[in-house]
Every structure is written in structure tokens, then in C-alpha cells.
Design a protein around this ligand. Structure first.
Ligand SMILES: [Mn+2]
Length: 560
């Protein structure tokens, strides 16, 4: 890995951000904030100032009008939610809002990740029709579902779409499409996630029923959860939703959230975005990957502390099962690759026994290990082979898939990660076809890592840590600050953890010393292995641990 420190115009920054610590000024600048007013807005989120009126979203008034009519006529309403940790909190938000206005003819439908896949499907709509549904509200999906909305319409079901996915050339024939990414949208910020859009609908709905202004803030925990989980940029309105979402979550009375946090030993009052990303989101997503997404919805939506306990334990158990399955597949991949010749341009490997819903995590690990794009396929209750791909370096893997002719049934995704399907009898064609396309690409190099600033160990202090914390919550477009510490003396090194799987270093420089840790690392896994008595360059971030003796420490990203 090569490392560069972001270049910034120091003098200009010191003038513009004169009222802030120079390090904070530099960090603001690298996050695209270039004036004093922007800095104040960023550092002191304000709910009223930073969130926009829901009625500014396209389709909002038509959506509310239709819901009010459904409620007046006692129609059966269904929420159709995506199965991930954006769709599920979004469904919880609408459930809360309908409970608040005292309407209980509401059911939730969450499709099965593998059997049904993303978005609407005709069989699911049929089922809702049989249950007497007359109005369907989608959350976190639906914008592209032209045909299935037509299916619903033919069955006499009106559809309201709430979503944040990009629209295609044709829009579905829905009663309303509430989506800030519609071309005609004049909403001031189009970066909301599905839970964010659902939160807006919920705000407008309870307002229409005269619920006391301010009550909507109790739903911010779910909007914040979806915003962090969906990895939308944590800037603008999303920053407010994530920030106040965490504030509300720390006080949330949801029995399911409380039970889950207790189980994973996270102190609710000190909950951070890292706790969400590492402890909460994987357990919510485990439901759709390993079992039924409804279990995750039930956990977050229930009012019953007794029902919450077993649901939390169940999600924790299937999350452990998921980790075990992913590790077993990665091990099997390595074993097989050691025994056969394979392309060095891309790894292609699969097994009809592997669950496709786990293979993104497997492909991620394989691409890093073999330092090239990894295509990993499996099959589950389907006649076609389904897989995930993760790129390596700067190769745009979706472009590569689109350039590979006559192999894929479907292929899509983002630049560095995607999914694909293939007919089983054609899967053997994949490796040679990719090899041909990738021959035209330069050999993949690990991407350069840019860190925010040089720092020395004696500059690491609680005061600096507290200042850095004013930039939180960290995530997409506002990453946790990373620093380069050069010429640091390694004064100690010890493995720790149940199976000694983690590593702690003691570091010293000038008058300062600090512990530094890395989880699931051995010294050999860094670019240069640290040993006591040597001087090394450390790349890391600052964190404060509340466990045991705890305190301020560095989290090591790499040692050079
Ligand atoms: Mn989403």
C-alpha cells in the first residue's frame, strides 16, 4: 500500500478557520468545507436548520391525500420494504407513524432476499391482494418497478412509492412517487436513503393528523440507523439524520434495540456510529442473508420486551452462523485455489452448495487475499447460478462485466462491487472470457491510501480526540480521520484476545507514548512487521476505549 498525506493550502485554511484548531481546519477543508459559516453548520448540527420540509419532496401531497382517504375508508394498507438495514428501519418508521395516528389495518411485506430478490414481484403482490390490500406503500424500492406496479393496479391496488434509487427512462404508474432523485425534484438534498425518505413521509403523515410537533423525533433513531447502514454521504440533511438519530438511539425505548445492544454489550447511552456498523447492522442484515428478514423487522418494531429477547438472541445466533459460513467458504476457496491452476487476472470460483447471499463477503476477502478481482458464485433454490464480484485496485468491475460477451444473464452494481447471474452450463466460460477482457487492463495495483495529516505521538491527547469527535458521526464522505506517524519507536508488542488473535503495540515518540491496537492481525500482516526496539511509520486513527482500563489509543491501519 502506498500512502500520501492530503495536500491542502495551509495558510488559507488558517485564515478561513482562524477560530478552529489547525487540525480541525485541515479536516474540514478535506471534507469540502471551505468557509467559516459552512464550518459552523458542520460542527454544530441543528435539527430545524438542517432538515427540510417534507412537503418539498415530489409526490408528497398526493401520497398523503391517498393515505388519508385509505384511513378514512378503513382500507387495508401494506408497506412493501426492502430486506436490508435501510428498508427494514424504513418499514419500522411507517409502522410507528400509523400506530401514532391510531390506524392498525397495516401489514408489512418484506421479500425473501434470494427467492424473490430486490424490489416488487407479482407473486408477492398477489398475496397482498388476497389479504384485501387496497393501498401499497413501498419503502427503499419501487422506482424502477414499472411492470409490477401495473400488476398491482390491475388487481385494484394503488401504489405509493417512497424510494431513493435512481429512476429509469420510464416511471411506474403510481399514485405518487416520493423520491428526491426524480428529475423534476426540487428537494434541496437528493442524498437521503430509503429510511430518510420514509421518515419524511411519516413526518408529513403525523402532521396531517395533528400529532404534536416534535413527536416525529422519536422516529429519528430508525432514520439514523438506515442512513448509517446504507452508506449514503453523511453530509447535509443526512449528517443531521445520523447525528440526531444517534442522540435519539441513545435514549430509545425500543425494547428490541435495547435487547440487542445489551446482548452485544454496547452501552446504549454511549452508542456510536461504529457500534451501529459493527454490531447492529450486521445482525439486522443477517436476517435476510441467513433466514427471514421479518425477524429483524419484528425486533425493531415490537413494543413487547418479552418478545424482544428471543428475537435478539436469534439474530445474534444467525449472525454467528453467517460469520462461520463465510469463514468456511473462504477457507475452502483457498484450499481449492492451492490445488489448481487459475488466472492471475481474476479469480473465478463457485459451488452450487454456497449461499449467494454470503458471497459478497467472501469475494471481498478473496479479492484482498489474491490481489485481483474475485468472482464467487453459488446457487440456492434457483435454476441459475448467482454470484458476487469485488474488484481490486482501480479496475471498474461493472465495466469489465459489460465488456464480457455472451456469458452473463445479468450483471450490474457499482464500480468496485457487483452481482451477476449465469446459466449453469455456461459458468465454465466465465474465467477464459474475463481473462480475455482483463488482458487489456494494466495489472491491478492496490489503491493509494490518502491520510488526513502528519501527527506525532506527543500530539495525541484527550483534547485533540474531543475536538475530532465534533466531526462525527463518521462514514461515507466524512471518513474517520486517519494520521501518519513517522519515526515512531515500538517499545512493546503483545498479542491479546481469547485466541491471541489481536495485536497491541506500545509506541513512543518524543515525550509521548500510547498503546495502539489492531484486531485480527499478526505483525506479519502489515506492510512491514513491527518488532520491539524498531522505528516504524504507523498509519492509524484515534479512538477512546471504555472497556477495562481503556482510555485513549490508536487503531492501527498499517505499519510501514
Ligand atoms: Mn437503500
Amino acid at each position: 500500500m502506498s500512502i500520501a498525506v492530503t495536500q491542502v493550502p495551509e495558510k488559507e485554511i488558517n485564515v478561513v478557520f482562524a477560530e478552529h484548531h489547525p487540525l480541525i481546519g485541515r479536516l474540514l477543508w478535506t471534507r469540502g468545507i471551505t468557509d467559516a459559516a459552512g464550518a459552523r453548520r458542520f460542527l454544530t448540527p441543528d435539527y430545524t436548520r438542517d432538515t427540510f420540509d417534507p412537503s418539498l419532496l415530489p409526490g408528497m401531497s398526493a401520497a398523503i391525500e391517498r393515505i388519508v382517504r385509505a384511513v378514512a375508508q378503513g382500507e387495508q394498507i401494506a408497506v412493501w420494504a426492502d430486506y436490508d438495514c435501510d428498508g427494514i428501519p424504513a418499514a419500522v418508521i411507517l409502522t410507528d407513524a400509523f400506530r401514532k395516528i391510531g390506524y392498525d389495518r397495516l401489514i408489512t411485506y418484506i421479500p425473501h432476499r434470494v427467492r424473490e430478490g430486490f424490489g416488487l414481484n407479482a407473486e408477492g403482490i398477489e398475496q397482498l391482494h388476497e389479504k384485501g390490500v387496497r393501498l401499497m406503500i413501498t419503502v427503499d424500492c419501487g422506482t424502477a418497478d414499472v411492470e409490477n406496479v401495473a400488476v398491482a393496479n390491475r388487481l385494484g391496488i394503488d401504489v405509493i412509492i417512497t424510494d431513493h434509487h435512481l429512476p429509469g427512462p420510464t416511471l411506474p404508474d403510481a399514485v405518487a412517487i416520493v423520491n428526491p432523485k426524480l428529475p423534476e425534484s426540487t428537494y434541496p438534498d437528493d442524498r437521503l436513503c430509503g429510511s430518510g425518505v420514509a421518515f419524511k413521509l411519516a413526518c408529513a403523515l403525523i402532521r396531517a393528523y395533528g400529532v404534536t410537533e416534535g413527536w416525529e423525533k422519536w422516529m429519528l433513531d430508525m432514520a439514523g440507523l438506515g442512513t448509517v447502514a446504507d452508506m449514503v454521504p453523511l453530509l447535509g440533511e443526512n449528517r443531521a439524520l445520523a447525528h440526531f438519530g444517534l442522540v435519539v438511539m441513545r435514549k430509545s425505548r425500543r425494547p428490541g434495540l435495547q435487547a440487542l445492544l445489551r446482548l452485544v454489550r454496547v452501552d446504549q447511552r454511549r452508542l456510536t456510529e461504529d457500534d451501529l456498523s459493527f454490531s447492529v447492522v450486521p445482525r439486522i442484515n443477517a436476517a435476510s442473508r441467513m433466514g427471514r428478514p421479518e425477524d429483524a423487522f419484528q425486533l425493531l418494531a415490537t413494543n413487547d420486551p418479552v418478545a424482544a429477547q428471543p428475537l435478539a438472541r436469534h439474530l445474534d445466533a444467525i449472525n454467528n452462523e453467517r460469520k462461520g459460513s463465510v469463514a468456511a467458504i473462504v477457507k475452502e476457496v483457498k484450499k481449492r485455489l492451492s490445488k489448481r491452476a487459475h488466472s492471475t487476472r481474476a479469480i473465478v470460483i463457485g459451488d452450487p452448495e454456497w449461499k449467494p447471499s454470503l458471497l459478497g463477503l467472501v469475494a471481498q476477502s478473496v479479492s484482498q487475499e489474491y490481489r485481483c478481482p474475485a468472482f464467487v458464485w453459488g446457487r440456492e433454490e434457483s435454476t441459475v447460478v448467482k454470484g458476487s464480484v469485488r474488484s481490486f485496485g482501480a479496475i471498474n468491475i461493472v465495466e469489465v462485466m459489460h465488456a464480457t460477451e455472451n456469458v452473463f444473464l445479468e450483471a450490474g452494481g457499482h464500480a468496485f462491487s457487483g452481482g451477476f447471474s449465469i446459466e449453469p452450463h455456461r459458468v465454465h466460460l466465465l474465467e477464459p472470457a474475463l481473462d480475455g477482457v482483463l488482458a487489456a487492463y494494466p495489472v491491478a495495483e492496490a489503491l493509494e491510501r490518502t491520510v488526513d495529516a502528519y501527527l506525532s505521538i506527543d500530539e495525541v491527547s484527550l483534547d485533540v480526540y474531543r475536538r475530532l469527535s465534533t466531526l462525527a458521526p463518521f462514514g461515507h464522505s466524512n471518513p474517520k480521520p486517519e494520521f501518519l506517524f513517522s519515526d515512531v519507536l515500538v517499545t512493546g508488542m503483545r498479542p491479546f484476545g481469547k485466541a491471541k488473535e489481536h495485536l497491541e503495540l506500545s509506541l513512543a515518540q518524543r515525550s509521548g507514548s500510547i498503546p495502539a491496537i489492531a484486531f485480527f492481525k499478526t505483525p506479519e500482516q502489515f506492510s512491514v512487521a513491527p518488532t520491539p526496539g524498531t522505528r516504524r511509520t504507523i498509519v492509524g486513527s484515534m479512538e477512546y476505549s471504555t472497556y477495562g482500563t481503556g482510555g485513549l489509543r490508536l487503531r492501527i491501519i498499517d505499519v510501514l
